[in-house]
Structures are given as C-alpha cells and as structure tokens.
Design a protein around this ligand. Structure first.
Ligand code: ATP
Ligand code: MG
Length: 383
C-alpha cells in the first residue's frame, strides 16, 4: 500500500499544500511547531477517519476557515484510488474516487496505516476510551465486519440514551414501547462487539509479549484482560470461553438490573462503551506502576503487533506513521525501530526535528512543504 500524493486544504496550519512522497521512506523534518505532526495526522485521518491526536473536527480546520479537506492518491496492489475527507465543524464526509461514502465499511481498509505517536502513551495511562479504540482497531483487522457492528451498536446506544434522557429530565413520564426494541438490538450488537474484542485480545497477547521482550531485552510477564461489568460473576480468566449467546444474556441481565439507575442518570450505564482493558506487567497494573520507559516499550509493542496482524490477516503492509522520532524515543528504542523499519516493506513517514540520512526528506516550515533530494542508498538503515 503506497500513498502517492497528499493534498492538504485548510488543514491545521496548511492553506494549500501538496506533496508526492517516496514509495518507501519519507522523513519530515522541521523545527517545532512548523507542521510535521499535522502531515502525519492528515494521512492518519484519511486512513482512520479520525485524528490520532484525538482532535475534534473544529480543531483540524485552519483558524478562521469553515471547512477543510485532505485528499490522498493511494496505490493498493496496483489499483489507484483517490480518497478524500472533508471536514466541517459538526461532521466529516469521506469520498472514494469522488463519490461520497455512505457506510463506513465501504471505506475502511481502503488505506491502512499504523501510527506511532506520543499520544499513544494514553493507551496505557489514559482514559479507558483510548484502550477501547486500540482494541476496536485490532478487532477490525481480524474481522472487517467489526466496524459495522460498532457503528450499529453506537446508533442504538444514541437512540436508547435519547429516550433515557427524556425520562431523566421529566420530558417523558415512562419509557415508550420501542425502548424494548432498542435494548434488544443493543444487546445483540453489543455482545458481538464484546465477543470480538475478547478474542482479538487473546490472539495478540503473545505477540505483544514477544515484541516487548525484543524492544526492552526483558522477559516481562505482560497480560491483558477484558474488563466488563457483565462478567462480574464469570471466574477470572474464563471470559474467552463464554459464548456469544451467553454474553448477550449477561449484558441483558445487567441492563435490566441497572434500569432504575439509567432512568435517573439518563444514560446507558453498561455495555462495550463502558468496558476497559486491564494491562498488567508482572501482575501489576501498567497504568499505575510501569515506568515511563516501560510504558513506551509497551506501546511500541502494541503498535508493532497491530502491523503484524494487519500483514497476516489482510496480506498488505500498512503505511507507518512515526511521529516525533527524535524526541520521543531513547537511543535503544530508536535503533530497534530503525532496524525494524529497514526490514519492513511498509511505506514510512517519520517526523523528526533532526535530519536523518535516510529516504526522501521533506522540509516543513511554517505550513509549507519542500522536498530535498533523495538521500537513500538502498535504505541500509542499520549501516
Ligand atoms: N487549526 C489550526 N489552524 C492553524 N494553525 C494550527 C491549527 N492547529 C494547529 N495549528 C498550528 O500548526 C502548527 C504546526 O503544528 P504541528 O503539531 O504540526 O507542529 P510540529 O511540527 O509537529 O511541531 P513539534 O515539533 O513541536 O511537534 C503549530 O504552530 C500549531 O499551533
Ligand atoms: Mg509534532
């Protein structure tokens, strides 16, 4: 998968910029605040339809402008396609070869990328939502239908919450008849989401441990467990044996038990939107006890695992977006990553404040991109 051309219109600090990347290795170099991360974010936006910095729509559009657009020309197994994302303050619209995309599943996977960014530390240390996003991304790689399942769950959740809010605010005296339909649907899609997530985590833990050992040189007992209120009566470590049908029943039981609370709070209090992953190292919660270096090694291991499963299950090498290479990683991890990149066949975009003698260099200054000549000589990164 190769990004052949990228165009930014009113995106972040760029008014109208375009560049043609190298099919293999691109170094985006510039001083702080010049627009390096914004380029990687734009590529990520076309791939994930969201910002890897977790930015809102309004933050992505250039100050004082009302809309922005990122357009990418992608070559996927010799098939060229144009992908674009238009952004307004209250919505985004993706297009594929100029046609608006109605369903997310029509779009997701047309361009695939894995980002390595300083905000990744939030997967370990931040709010549960960061871990859910990571988990959904790997689940989607194992099963592309996971995207639609999550969208359908979300739609039901919004409807159900809208009704609960009316009751909580006294705008409705009782739950309408269709509430039961929303609840049933919610359980059905929610159970599928939970089932996929549990099995995806199960399939990745060994790989994460292996990468962690390669990166850090330590054989650390890493574990990841899916946490959901619905499993409070299921013995620890036995979640993966619970069938899809039983997950739906457990979710329904919990929802029924929380009914009174939901009508007061005006929201659905249990389900995959509230679940979390418990990540432990040697039995201790990584979020609370891991050192900064250990957290960095762990997120790097999570991302490399993403790349590996993508290659295995989709048969393609995702584009790699590596933000803040020079300041974010120490010498050992930098060397590890460069060795890894030298062996990988992915197209790479790496942002840094210090020039690297690798690949094609793009200099970024005050929202303008200029390219310098290709320095690479066979990409012998480890030489
Ligand atoms: N919506 C926006 N409109 C205009 N400018 C913006 C917008 N969002 C961010 N900026 C500015 O764009 C500039 C570039 O930001 P970016 O994060 O891409 O820089 P960077 O080169 O990655 O910097 P660093 O090396 O510090 O990470 C910053 O000065 C930032 O304040
Ligand atoms: Mg940056």
């Amino acid at each position: 998968m190769v990004l052949e051309q990228l165009r930014l219109y009113n995106f972040r600090c760029y008014d109208n910029a375009e560049f043609r990347p190298d099919p293999r290795f691109n170094v985006i170099v510039g001083l702080n605040g010049q627009g390096k991360t914004s380029i990687l974010e734009a590529i990520g936006l076309v791939a994930f339809l969201r910002s890897f910095r977790n930015a809102k729509n309004s933050e992505l559009t250039r100050f004082d402008e009302s809309e922005s657009c990122v357009t990418a020309m992608v070559n996927n197994r010799d098939l060229r396609a144009q992908l674009a994302v238009k952004i307004w303050s209250n919505r985004k619209q993706a297009t594929f070869n100029g046609k608006s995309v109605r369903f997310l599943s029509e779009y997701v996977g047309k361009i695939s990328a894995v980002s390595f960014s300083p905000t990744d530390l939030d997967i370990i240390r931040g709010a549960p939502e960061n871990r859910r996003i990571w988990c959904d991304k790997i689940s989607q790689t194992f099963d592309p239908e996971h995207t639609d399942i999550a969208v359908r769950y979300q739609k039901n959740l919004i409807q159900r919450n809208r009704i609960l809010k009316m009751v909580a605010e006294g705008r409705a005296s009782r739950l309408p008849d269709d509430f039961e339909v929303w609840t049933e649907e919610l359980c059905s899609w929610g159970a599928k989401m939970i089932h996929n997530r549990i099995h995806s985590v199960d399939k990745t833990v060994d790989k994460i441990r292996r990468y962690y050992q390669e990166i850090s040189g330590e054989n650390t007992g890493i574990n990841i467990r899916y946490i959901s209120d619905i499993f409070d009566e299921v013995p620890c470590g036995q979640q993966s044996q619970v069938s899809l049908e039983l997950i739906a029943q457990l979710l329904r039981k919990k929802l029924d038990a929380s009914s009174a609370k939901e009508k007061v709070l005006g929201t659905t209090t249990v389900g995959p939107h509230r679940d979390d992953l418990e990540m432990t190292m040697e039995g201790h919660l990584a979020r609370a006890f891991a050192s900064q270096g250990e957290v960095r090694s762990l997120v790097l291991a999570l991302r490399l695992t993403e790349v590996e499963i993508y290659k295995t299950f989709q048969g393609l090498s995702p584009i790699l977006l590596i933000d803040d290479f020079s300041s974010e990683l120490d010498a050992r991890r930098r060397k590890f990553l460069l060795d890894y990149l030298a062996e990988s066949d992915s197209q790479v975009f790496l942002s840094t404040t210090e020039e690297l003698q690798i690949g094609k260099t793009f200099v970024v200054r005050e929202g303008k991109i200029s390219s310098s000549e290709t320095i690479a000589n066979g990409y012998h990164l480890t030489d």
